[in-house]
Design a protein around this ligand. Structure first.
Ligand SMILES: Nc1ncnc2c1ncn2[C@@H]1O[C@H](COP(=O)(O)OP(=O)(O)OP(=O)(O)O)[C@@H](O)[C@H]1O
Length: 292
């Protein structure tokens, strides 16, 4: 697999408290990857380590084949609070982008600002939260990076702006060789824009893989009560719940489910994400990567 980001045993400590511990993760090239996980899972810490804004307390992280932070011209980053310079105008921001980035795409930047109906003379400090996010996202896209890292990029946008932004992002990916890693709490946004999913809980990757493959290999089985140990070995249990008479399993398998006792239903992406987010962090049988 061609990767744009690789973390091995990665950890970050703030004072005496670990924010991320022993994290192993690979992000494949050529995808829009959605990084999903509960609050405090370590997503922002991981992304900050990946762009070199933080230094690891343990382990390593490589981006585009080099230590994090060494490829700044090729990596675009929009942090969670979409920081901009309050006293600089939008036009100043674009000027700065042009000066600092060798591959700067001025026409893309101008087009987006115009389309967003933003006044180039307006200072960033006077923009609304959503407009500021759009400015930061415009700078990230116009940099024409090889890897664009976005920490909750659409959180401050209204639903229409969110949809348009994700559309722009997908177009940019289709037009150029761009890989994207974005964190989000909104599964619907991940579903719309991403083709690859990573679920991170407590610094651990619970599942990762192409979304189509994940959806084709995860099922809900409902039927008469049955012990987990009586399931076929190729059926990896993600979650299980039982009543006196009935069992419900959420399983991963690459094999057909032949047992007629089960009612088999397909999962939505939200079902799948919630199942992995809600279960114990250390699975009985590790379910790390789903491949066909
Ligand atoms: N500057 C900091 N100082 C101390 N602890 C921190 C700091 N930043 C994050 N943490 C802690 O590290 C852990 C991981 O935080 P992080 O922000 O990486 O999680 P996250 O997955 O991005 O969460 P969210 O989805 O809420 O944004 C949390 O327990 C958080 O309290």
């Amino acid at each position: 697999m061609n990767t744009v980001l690789q973390a091995h045993g990665l950890g970050k400590k703030y004072g005496r408290r670990w924010a991320l511990t022993d994290c192993d993760l690979e992000v494949p090239a050529g995808h829009v990857v959605g990084l999903v996980g509960p609050n405090g899972a370590g997503k922002s810490t991981l992304l900050n380590l990946a762009v070199g804004m933080l230094t690891p307390s343990a382990g390593t992280v490589e981006v585009l084949g080099a230590p994090a932070g060494a490829q700044q011209a090729k990596v675009g980053y929009v942090a969670q609070d979409t920081p901009t310079y309050a006293r600089l105008s939008i036009a100043d921001h674009l000027r700065l982008g042009r000066r600092l980035n060798p591959a700067w795409d001025e026409s893309l930047a101008q087009r987006r600002i115009q389309h967003l109906k933003l006044d180039p003379k307006q200072r960033a400090g006077k923009l609304s939260g959503g407009q500021r996010a759009q400015l930061a996202l415009t700078l990230g896209l116009a940099k024409r990076p090889e890897l664009l890292i976005l920490d909750e990029p659409v959180a401050a946008l209204d639903p229409l702006a969110r949809r348009e932004f994700l559309q722009d992002l997908m177009e940019a990916v289709a037009e150029q060789e761009l890989s994207v890693l974005l964190s989000s709490h909104l599964v619907s946004d991940v579903e719309r824009a991403c083709d690859y999913l990573i679920v991170l809980v407590d610094s651990r990757v619970q599942v990762s893989g192409e979304i189509d493959t994940l959806l084709a290999t995860h099922f809900r089985l409902t039927g008469p009560r049955r012990d987990q140990k009586d399931l076929p070995r190729d059926q990896h249990v993600v979650t299980a719940s039982h009543t006196d008479r009935q069992s419900t399993y959420l399983i991963r398998t690459g094999q057909p489910i032949l047992d007629p006792a089960w009612t088999v239903t397909q999962l939505t992406l939200e079902d799948l994400v919630l199942a992995y987010m809600g279960r114990d962090v250390q699975p009985e049988r590790p379910v790390l990567e789903v491949q066909r």
